[in-house]
Design a protein around this ligand. Structure first.
Ligand SMILES: Nc1nc2c(c(=O)[nH]1)N[C@H]1C(S)=C(S)[C@@H](COP(=O)(O)O)O[C@H]1N2
Ligand SMILES: [Mo]
Length: 196
């Protein structure tokens, strides 16, 4: 009896503290897409932010000229996989919002292909999110959201909209695609905000 108890608590003690509750480590990188992979050429690519005050637009080169950062972060999918210490490169949303004025507290992220997801603006600022275009030292594969995706690693990975096209600010926290289908409005993996 005591042998079993020790063995069990020993395994629990070995659990990686970077692993949120209910998550398991993976070393590969699963692909999860609700629809087909859109083909987006960087020559035609445009990123926009629309607020109650107007629209801001960036071409591929203009966005990258805002300043590219190296990021190393863990990612957590609501389907229970976590990938640790992934290297990414991208432009911080702080750089993008430096010239944007809004009184709205929420944004809807819109992707090429029609996917949407809602995020509070405060979860995108202060070094918490990026428009990412490289992962694992390579340009993002189209199936992983290339040429560019939103990266909000402190929330479940469904918030990291692949093939990002733009953000629209909102006065209220309206649900996006998965949120309308039962996923949590916020999605903090440490609070296990999976469904609602
Ligand atoms: N445009 C778009 N972005 C998306 C999705 C999607 O279906 N379409 N799926 C989300 C979900 S549920 C997850 S877990 C991650 C998966 O990203 P990956 O395929 O690169 O692992 O992308 C998120 N972003
Ligand atoms: Mo997901």
């Amino acid at each position: 009896m005591s042998f079993i108890t020790r063995g069990f608590s020993g395994r629990r003690g070995d659990r990686d503290p970077r692993l949120p509750p209910g998550q398991t480590l993976v070393s590969d990188w699963p692909v999860l897409s609700a629809g087909p992979t859109p083909q987006v050429d960087t020559a035609d690519w445009e990123f926009s932010v629309r607020t109650e005050n107007g629209v801001h637009r960036w071409s591929w080169d203009e966005l990258r000229a805002l300043g590219i950062e190296d990021i190393t972060t863990d990612i957590h999918c609501v389907t229970h996989w976590t990938k640790l210490e992934m290297p990414w490169r991208g432009v911080s949303l702080d750089k993008i919002f430096a010239t944007v004025e809004t009184d709205h507290d929420y944004v809807m992220a819109h992707s090429y292909g029609g996917y949407t997801t809602n995020v509070p603006l405060e979860d995108l600022l202060d070094g918490k999110s990026w428009i990412a275009f490289e992962a694992d030292g390579e340009p993002l594969d189209p199936e992983h959201g290339g040429p560019a995706r939103l990266l909000v690693p402190h929330l479940y990975f469904w918030k990291s909209a692949k093939w990002i096209q733009g953000l629209v600010t909102m006065p209220s926290d309206d649900p996006g695609f998965w949120e309308q289908n039962g996923y949590h409005l916020h999605g903090d993996p440490w609070q296990e905000e999976r469904y609602w």
